[in-house]
Design a protein around this ligand. Structure first.
Ligand code: ZN
Length: 220
């Protein structure tokens, strides 16, 4: 043996990685032919290197997968929470919107869907495409040229919610004056959206102003 085993073994890691000079390769190959100990040592170097190279990688891989799963799980939890909050918010918005619509009582404008008819002697108001939840009505008697005239003023009010839930082909009816309460004596029915206070004690000229600002819906 030209070179001692210690020297050859010092070079083996470089030889194994093919990082040493041609001269060193020749020397080591020659040494291998004569020395099975160093040859074996070189072989084991490769194996242990592979094992060492593999182990941390697979461990790292597993760790990555585990943390990826954890992140995914966390994300799923977060998404669920976000979805739940969104649904809760929608419910809150819907309920508050509904209550705003329900509490917003407003006078129903005298639209084309409002008609007055006599049905079985009762004076009936018919409202198309909306529904009222309250009605104000005033009966006014006045003397015109020695004749007693009976006017009926009324208006309906409802909520925006009623308008939302009522379709255009739905209608509701309201009894303005039943037959047994003197419907036959009423001469005219007006839709009136003004203030009812003192309407009975108005002078004839004031009453005519009120009538002008009202919509005549029905006349005998
Ligand atoms: Zn040797």
């Amino acid at each position: 043996m030209k070179y001692p085993c210690g020297l050859v073994q010092d070079l083996l890691p470089l030889y194994h990685d093919k990082a040493c000079s041609e001269e060193s390769v020749k020397i080591i190959d020659q040494h291998f032919q004569e020395c099975p100990v160093c040859r074996k040592y070189c072989e084991s170097l490769g194996e242990s290197n592979n094992v060492l190279a593999d182990l941390p990688n697979s461990a790292l891989e597993m760790e990555k997968t585990a943390s990826f799963r954890a992140v995914k799980k966390k994300m799923r939890k977060k998404q669920m929470l976000t979805a739940l909050i969104a649904v809760a918010l929608l419910i809150v918005i819907f309920i508050s919107g509904m209550s705003v619509l329900k509490s917003s009582e407003q006078i129903i404008q005298c639209q084309e869907g409002l008609t007055v008819t006599i049905s079985d002697g009762d004076l009936i108001a018919r409202l198309q495409g909306n529904q009222a939840n309250s009605m104000r009505i005033k009966r006014v008697e006045t003397e015109i040229e020695g004749m007693t005239k009976v006017y009926l003023f009324f208006y309906l009010s409802g909520t925006k919610w009623d308008k939302v839930v009522t379709s255009e082909n739905m209608f509701s009816e309201y009894v303005l004056c039943p037959a047994d309460k003197g419907a036959a004596q009423i001469d005219s029915v007006f839709y009136y959206t003004g203030d009812y206070s003192g309407i009975e004690s108005l002078s004839e000229s004031d009453l005519q102003k009120v009538i002008k600002n009202s919509v005549l819906l029905w006349e005998r």
